[in-house]
Design a protein around this ligand. Structure first.
Ligand SMILES: [Zn+2]
Length: 229
């Protein structure tokens, strides 16, 4: 676990990240990793003295398996409400599944459905439905950033000068990039979502995949967005 801000820890769960907010309104978990990293998630929380029962809220950026994989297990250990964008709730509960375009997308979609049958990551209900510009009790402002998922959200914490992108942007291989096209139904919409974020100010940025950027992260992200527009 890496402290990226006095109130935010990055929990590396294989190739995906979850985040633990320990500031006001917390402890709150943002995303939950993959099903196969669930025991690591519990170990990492335990290492900083947080038990699932202590969690005040679980915020989900989007319903992909590598972000909701630990959710079902957590609900068996915790009464924390689950929060996600109102559009994403049907995907978190498995009532809908994300469509992927093209022949390759269809094949990918079939493979994801098989994985979901094996791991059964979906929960029965989402307790808190978030909307754009809403501020959570932790102080995160919700930005609806669809494209990679219909109800994908990114989170901005003004006071803490933090931005959590989810998979709207990823930071793997030492560079910022769009989420993988094979898992992204609408790349153009991702770019439009990113354009909305250009005015945000933050020192530290965190991503669903790859390391966080500390110091002047808003300028680096703005420069990346400008290459897309
Ligand atoms: Zn992801």
């Amino acid at each position: 676990m890496e402290t990226v801000h006095p109130d935010l820890k990055r929990i590396e769960l294989g190739y995906a990240n979850a985040f633990l907010w320990t500031g006001a309104g917390g402890p709150t978990l943002i995303d939950t990793g993959s099903p196969w990293t669930f025991s690591k998630l519990l170990d990492e929380l335990n290492a900083v003295g947080v038990q699932p029962a202590d969690l005040q809220r679980i915020i989900i950026t989007h319903a992909d398996l590598d972000h909701i994989g630990g959710l079902k297990g957590l609900t068996e250990l915790s009464d924390a409400p689950i929060a996600c964008h109102t559009v994403e709730a049907d995907y978190v509960t498995g009532r809908r599944s994300k469509a992927l375009p093209g022949v390759r997308g269809k094949a990918m979609h079939a493979a994801i459905r098989v994985a979901e049958k094996v791991y059964k990551p979906h929960v029965d209900a989402v307790q808190e439905l978030l909307l754009e510009k809403e501020t959570t009790p932790e102080g995160f402002t919700v930005w609806h950033t669809p494209g990679h998922a219909p109800g994908h959200i990114s989170l901005h914490h003004k006071e803490a000068s933090l931005f959590i992108a989810g998979d709207a942007i990823i930071n793997t291989d030492n560079k910022l990039s769009l989420p993988p096209s094979a898992f992204t139904p609408n790349e153009q919409q991702v770019i439009e979502s990113l354009a909305k974020l250009k005015k945000l100010k933050f020192d530290t940025a965190c991503f669903g995949h790859g390391p966080c950027i500390a110091g002047g992260a808003d300028k680096k992200i703005r420069a990346f967005i400008d290459t897309l527009l």
